[in-house]
Design a protein around this ligand. Structure first.
Ligand SMILES: Nc1ncnc2c1ncn2[C@@H]1O[C@H](COP(=O)(O)OP(=O)(O)OP(=O)(O)O)[C@@H](O)[C@H]1O
Length: 451
């Protein structure tokens, strides 16, 4: 949800229409007094605030936004007034001068989208407990315990969905560090935004930098900075990161002051960094700096003993979310344990979620699992086409269901899953769903899926 606050109602409407014209659904016009009530429980993606509003009113809005989440981007529209440096030192403030140009608005929306991809990934973990009693998981827990109290930089490697972020969070939680756990996905943020996201910037450092802003290094002061997808970090940024790791000081963009930082760095990647070093896309010196204490998150197929406990935990989560509790027959559970899980725990979570939505009540039987998991040689692409569950096995719950509502829920969840997989890139999600981009945008709007 994007909120537009302007002293003139016709201006508010105009800005809302322009934003909607740029394919951003869920735009709300509001006043400084009622915006908070108007958004209700919707997730706040950005707030557009008129520069013409009195400073005291702006401050009130900023404080309200900070109370929800300091990382929500603030966009100051028009140039009728100026913002105090101290108005919101925590904030990401973007500027859109009058008259509003489409290309400038488009750049601002791109940035808002990027920030929100990061915010979403920051809150993605459905639970914080590390589940599993396999030898690998026990070993990982022991490593976490050993490294947590030290200051050592940790490099967590492993395939996608193996729990690298969860491991990083555990290290932070057990470290006794009092600052925040700040995560950033180095692969999801456009290169030109990554530097300011990490290092922050001083006022006037570049167009739109209306006030100074702290970067993630500073936000993680006294805590932990989690650099996810470090293997995708552009090489120019790798040099800067190496300097921070060596000298423990940063400089904001456009700044001259060296700011000391007390942070614990944990990096993670699903890439083979050795291969990237050989290809010349990852610096060897940075690799050695990062991998002071390496932890490898093993793929789920190598620890099938963990599948039952993970499945139970995920069934609980789904029950909380949808109010439907499934169970697994012995044969179904055995098939889950035998499956290769190329998408690891995240894929298991998707399968459990799909089963709960498509087969809302009762015990899931072996023949109700996706073909690839049943081991009948079913092609994964075909399985995806029928949402992972054999059509003939769908059963009507004893007390019936509201089919329209049920199908809408499935559609909403599939779109949400596709957007997650595509890191929020609508074009990519549309392709994986076999839909045109405009159709998907319309569905996202209808299902209220974009913030
Ligand atoms: N051992 C585990 N116990 C409980 N939940 C887990 C475990 N491993 C993974 N998960 C859950 O699976 C999902 C994926 O885990 P996570 O995001 O930590 O993986 P990742 O390795 O960082 O993935 P990516 O490389 O794609 O970022 C999360 O929702 C996480 O909570």
């Amino acid at each position: 949800m994007i909120v537009v606050i302007h002293e003139a109602a016709d201006q508010s409407r105009q800005i809302k229409e322009l934003i909607e014209f740029m394919d951003a659904p869920q735009v709300l016009t509001a006043t400084a007094d009622n915006w908070r009530a108007q958004i209700g429980d919707s997730r706040l993606a950005a707030v557009f605030v008129s520069a013409g509003l009195p400073k005291s009113v702006q401050s009130r809005i900023f404080d309200g936004v900070a109370a929800i989440d300091c990382n929500v981007p603030l966009v100051v529209t028009g140039d009728g007034g100026s913002l105090s440096d101290k108005a919101a030192p925590w904030a990401r403030i973007l500027n859109l001068p009058n008259p509003m140009q489409i290309d400038e608005l488009s750049a601002v929306l791109e940035e808002i989208w990027a920030v929100n991809v990061v915010r979403r990934s920051d809150t993605m973990a459905p639970g914080t407990e590390l589940i599993g009693e396999s030898n690998d998981m026990r070993m990982i827990r022991a490593l976490i315990e050993r490294v947590a109290p030290s200051q050592a930089t940790v490099l967590i490697t492993g395939e996608s969905g193996t729990g690298k972020e969860l491991i990083a969070r555990q290290i932070h939680e057990q470290s006794g560090r009092t600052g925040e756990f700040v995560a950033i996905n180095c692969g999801a943020i456009p290169e030109h935004l990554l530097e300011s996201e990490l290092f922050g910037h001083e006022r006037g450092a570049f167009t739109g930098a209306q006030v100074a802003r702290a970067g993630r290094f500073e936000l993680a002061e006294g805590g932990t900075l989690f650099l996810d997808e470090i293997g995708d970090m552009p090489t120019a940024m790798q040099v800067k990161l190496l300097r921070v790791l060596q000298e423990r000081v940063i400089e904001r963009i456009g700044g001259t002051k060296s700011i000391p930082v007390d942070i614990r760095v944990i990096a993670a990647t699903h890439r083979n960094l050795q291969q990237r070093i050989d290809e010349g896309t990852f610096r060897e010196d940075l690799f050695y700096r990062l991998s002071v204490f390496p932890i490898e998150a093993s793929p789920l197929r190598e620890r099938p003993d963990d599948v039952p406990a993970l499945a139970n935990m995920l069934i609980d989560k789904v029950a909380e979310r949808y109010g439907v509790r499934i169970s697994l027959s012995d044969a179904a559970l055995a098939a889950l344990c035998d499956y290769e899980w190329p998408g690891n725990v995240r894929e298991l979570a998707n399968v459990i979620e799909r089963l709960a939505v498509l087969r809302p009540h009762g015990e899931v039987q072996l023949d109700e699992l996706p073909g690839a998991i049943r081991g009948d040689g079913g092609d994964r692409g075909e399985d995806d086409a029928d949402a992972g569950v054999a059509e003939s096995t769908l059963q009507l719950p004893d007390d019936g269901l509201d089919l329209k509502q049920h199908l809408a829920t499935i559609e909403r969840d599939m779109i949400a899953a596709a957007l997650r997989e595509a890191d929020g890139v609508v074009q990519k999600a549309a392709k994986s769903l076999g839909l045109g981009r405009t159709t998907l945008v319309e569905k996202i709007r209808r299902h209220d899926l974009r913030d």
